[in-house]
Design a protein around this ligand. Structure first.
Ligand SMILES: [Zn+2]
Length: 76
């Protein structure tokens, strides 16, 4: 189970409310207070390769996609 697809099963289990409650109880992501997994990309939710410089809070892949839109220029 990854971070992004935790709530995908909600639609599937909507007809079975007890199963849904049990799923939420045992499979919900743990609320983090510290650690590397707390700092996530604000665009896609990825935990690794995080750029927090200049208050960006993007992962490197998302930064590469949106860099020109937010005013960064590639010199090389
Ligand atoms: Zn991202």
């Amino acid at each position: 189970m990854t971070y992004s697809n935790y709530d995908k099963v909600f639609k599937q289990l909507s007809m079975k409310p007890l199963k849904l409650a049990k799923y939420k109880k045992h499979n919900s992501p743990k609320p983090r207070t510290c650690g590397i997994n707390r700092i996530r990309c604000r665009r896609c939710g990825r935990a690794r390769a995080h750029i927090s410089k200049y208050g960006l809070h993007f992962c490197r892949q998302c930064f590469r996609e949106v860099a020109t839109h937010i005013g960064f220029k590639k010199y090389s």
